[in-house]
Design a protein around this ligand. Structure first.
Ligand code: SF4
Length: 699
């Protein structure tokens, strides 16, 4: 059975054989994205199907507060009683829903419909708010539409120069690296802007080691050189864009010496990088979470979009601007209505025409549709305060680990009148829940996902789920029926849901109307927008015009603001967070895979040897790292390629190992993205030696 990896947005093709008890998994050599290659996460994904910690029956709290096994009927009754009671006392919006970029398109779509139709609540958002929201908001502002990569991956080797900003695919999606290797083999140049010299930057790439939070300064500085040295594609700028003159004037103030002072990147390298981009006949600018997960994430992305527009890249083969989506269905998950301000098809919820169209498909009046809700962090942070949600349904995400200022968020979750979690393991969030619903895993269900290129692919059911487990689609249908709203949720299959999604998305920016399961099977995936069944799909966007009102892309003059919390006398270091090869997101799955745990058993703090020496630390010692929000004890890894003022901590662990206990919940004013990637930190003086660490166990 052909399917796709459950983890990241590359959605590598996989072939499954055997049974759920003894599954065999290989990479699908026929799927063009990975041609059989997988990373270690993909290789080991099937080991979770019959994992001993798998949830196989619903759980609910007993009178003593312990979670105990209950039947589905009791679990659903408890949820309906809690939801109805909360809504009767506090209003419809007091019941919230938190979705995920890990859900299939069908689940994401049905979750949005469930919140707005069955619950009648505006309070829905999803964990992509912590992941893709800044890139998405910037793309909509600049290009009129947000598709992470507006071109297929096969274009990457055609680029003579690529600037990769805050991305580390060598660890986060290793099969993607072969595209960059092909680009290098063809003589192309790779420039990597990242505070860390990551595995991606370790090759013979030109590494720009910018200080965390200075991304937009670097972008403005690169554009300064492009303008100064005559590399701007004036014809393209004149014919296809607007707003460049303000940007040209602003960038005049970002000369290389000043950029070096502000970012730490040597001025010679700023000039070299700009010239590599400027001299290339084909070039790409690609951003990822490093630049985006900041309180000025939208501005950062827009500053790099400016570079691509000035060089005339978007819409040309082998060239363009793109962002590397992270989660498995991070692209589709942001298109079909689980976002607080959106309806299916990437429509705006405040657009009267969009409301009328979707309401018609859903068989309700447009005035019955709620308006925009609060963003994910604001919904979570508002728990316990006036107007905050009192009950929350969580599907496929683990905010107790993944939200910034995690300890405060875990406390808030514990204060809910009712927390309901659908998951296949007892995650840190599920362990706080009043009711836990056991759901199917990727190889046990049908559906579609949309990968980082905008290619819609099929997830296929290969094995039956363990007895007692249900799909999220079945759970939502049963809940809607129990709430007396079953009419709009009587779907027989995932394909039935997709058929309705096609109609709901028709005419929207992310138009799936022409995509069918049969076409995906036949064509190996279909790129949206695809408005009709005789439309070929759209691998490359922007070739003739941008989907803005006047068909032009927009420049934005970006005045960098710096991080919300800069280092100071009390907290003199930067803390930045990210991923490691062996783990994925909050680690609910990968921390249960023996091979992955063996590789990366715990979070370690990466610091420069000189910083370590300054604090009397050696490799393997345990340091105490604190920010204004908390403290962690972490084993030390010495990394000579780190900046001396920066500590890196991966975020895949929970409880006392959770990096997000330290992160700053400052939000981007547009995208409401928290500032995961930079805050002020310090290493406390009293370290714990390596020998003591072993004796006491870390943390
Ligand atoms: Fe899965 Fe991503 Fe690894 Fe591919 S790169 S195997 S999609 S985790």
């Amino acid at each position: 059975m052909k399917s796709h990896c459950p983890y990241c947005a590359l959605q590598c093709g996989i072939e499954l054989e055997g049974s759920a008890q003894t599954p065999a998994l290989v990479g699908d050599a026929g799927f063009p994205v990975n041609e059989g290659a997988l990373c270690i996460k993909g290789w080991t994904a099937a080991s979770l199907l019959r994992h001993p910690e798998r949830l196989t029956s619903p759980l609910a709290r007993d009178a003593g507060g312990a979670l105990r096994t209950v039947g589905w009927d009791e679990a659903l009754r408890r949820i309906v009683d809690a939801v109805s009671g909360v809504q009767a006392r506090h209003g419809k919006d007091a019941v919230g829903v938190l979705g995920s970029g890990a859900l299939t398109n069908e689940k994401a779509y049905l979750l949005g419909k469930f919140a707005r139709v069955a619950l009648g609540s505006a309070s829905i958002d999803y964990n992509g708010r912590f992941c893709m929201s800044s890139a998405a908001a910037a793309a909509v502002r600049a290009f009129g539409v947000d598709r992470g990569l507006p071109f297929p991956l096969e274009d990457i080797p055609l680029a003579e120069a690529i600037l990769l900003v805050g991305a580390n695919p060598a660890e986060t999606m290793p099969p993607l690296v072969r595209y960059f290797q092909a680009q290098r083999k063809a003589g192309g140049a790779l420039i990597v802007a990242d505070p860390r010299r990551t595995a991606t930057a370790l090759s013979d790439a030109l590494h720009l080691p910018l200080a965390p939070g200075t991304d937009a300064v670097l972008a403005n500085g690169l554009l300064h050189v492009l303008v100064r040295d005559g590399f701007v594609d004036e014809d393209y700028v004149r014919a296809r864009t607007e707003g460049f003159e303000a940007v040209r004037a602003l960038c005049a103030a970002y000369w290389p010496e000043r950029v070096e002072r502000l970012t730490g990147v040597p001025q010679g390298d700023v000039v070299r990088a700009a010239r590599l981009l400027g001299q290339a006949r084909t070039a790409m600018v690609l951003t990822a979470r490093g630049a985006e997960q900041q309180a000025q994430g939208v501005a950062n992305v827009l500053a790099f979009v400016n570079l691509a527009l000035a060089l005339g890249l978007p819409g040309r083969r082998g060239s363009g601007f793109g962002t590397l989506t992270g989660q498995g269905n991070g692209q589709g998950g942001r298109e079909h209505g689980q976002k607080a301000d959106q309806l299916p098809g990437y429509r705006r919820i405040d657009d009267p025409a969009a409301r009328a169209h979707v309401a018609r498909v859903w068989g309700i009046g447009a005035d019955e549709l709620p308006g925009a809700g609060r963003s994910a962090f604001e919904m979570l942070d508002g728990i316990g305060s006036e107007g905050g949600v009192k009950a929350l349904l969580v599907f496929g995400t683990n905010p107790a680990v993944s939200a910034p200022h995690g300890r405060a968020i875990a406390d808030r979750l514990a204060r809910l009148e009712c927390l309901i979690v659908s998951d296949f393991f007892l995650s840190e969030t599920a362990s706080l829940a009043h009711v836990v619903l056991p759901s199917t895993q990727w190889a046990e269900e049908d559906g579609t996902t949309t990968n980082l290129e905008g290619r819609v692919v099929r997830r296929r059911k290969a094995f039956d789920a363990p007895r007692g487990v249900r799909t999220d689609l079945e759970i939502l249908g049963a809940l809607a029926r129990a709430l007396g709203q079953g009419d709009g949720f009587a779907f027989e299959s995932a394909q039935d849901v997709f058929e309705e999604l096609r109609r709901a998305s028709a005419g929207g920016p992310a138009d799936y109307a022409g995509i069918t399961y049969e076409r995906i099977d036949r064509e190996g995936g279909v790129f949206w927008p695809c408005p009709s069944q005789d439309h070929p799909g759209t691998p490359r966007l922007f070739t003739r015009r941008f989907p803005t009102k006047n068909g032009r892309a927009r420049f934005h003059a970006v005045r960098p603001a710096g991080p919300a919390e800069a280092p100071d006398a009390d907290y003199p270091l930067f803390l930045t967070t990210g991923r490691v090869l062996a783990h994925y997101q909050s680690g609910t799955q990968t921390r249960r895979v023996a091979e992955l745990v063996e590789r990366e058993p715990e979070p370690v703090a990466e610091i420069h040897p000189l910083l370590a020496r300054h604090h009397g630390l050696e490799a393997g010692d345990t340091l105490r790292l604190s920010t204004r929000r908390g403290e962690l004890r972490l084993r030390v890894k010495l990394v000579p390629a780190m900046r001396q003022d920066t500590v890196f901590v991966p975020f895949h662990w929970g409880g006392v190992q959770s990096a997000n206990r330290l992160t700053n919940p400052a939000l981007d004013p547009v995208s409401r993205m928290p500032e995961f990637k930079v805050c002020a930190a310090r290493i406390e003086d009293k370290a714990v030696s390596a020998a003591e660490s072993v004796e006491r166990g870390v943390a």
